[in-house]
Design a protein around this ligand. Sequence first.
Ligand code: HQG
Length: 186
Amino acid sequence: MTSLTKDQVRISRRISLVLRHRPEVAGLTLDANGWVPVADLLAGLGLARAALDAVVAGNDKSRFAIATGADGVERIRASQGHSRRVDVDLGLPPATPPAVLYHGTPRANLPSILREGLRPRSRHHVHLSPDLATALVVGRRRSPDVAVLEVDAAAMARAGHVFHRSVNGVWLTAAVPFAQLRERSE
Ligand code: HQG
């Protein structure tokens, strides 16, 4: 989030919390597809419209999407990353993934991952990156000692695993079997 100020990063995290994990802390309920009226989010977080727009526009990952419904109401949702405890269906169509996808994770997770594959943990999906550099950034959120796994997405797709691509380019799937994972050696 390099283009945001410290205050804006704080606001962005707060919005992520509400739109992905705990809408109730702002007195909100997400609709079935994860949307809330922009006006309700602003009221719930005590946020000015200009502050929201700056965070949405400056966000390096386009974490939030704003759209106006057929009813003329402007709504916002998180593009990915929702907790399982929040019952949201993003309605993304199945998509054919690139042959290889990447997943960055603290090296300490490797023994468990190589045993049981990648699990979504507290989220709806396992999140996969389209390139190595992004996977490294994702892993470094949690540890300086990151391992990058290569996922044989082509083999998974052939075997019938369903993939979705979020509007901000993150690949989502239910789980990755350990047989389709390989540690990438630098
Ligand atoms: C690990 C951010 C042990 C997994 C990112 C990860 C992403 C296992 C952690 C998005 C495991 C879950 C998601 C197993 C998975 N044994 N560890 N069997 N299976 N794990 O945060 O992919 O910046 O839920 O490797 O950029 O790190 O917030 O997933 O380390 O797109 O917009 O369990 O969140 O997006 O952690 O990150 P997370 P993630 P934002």
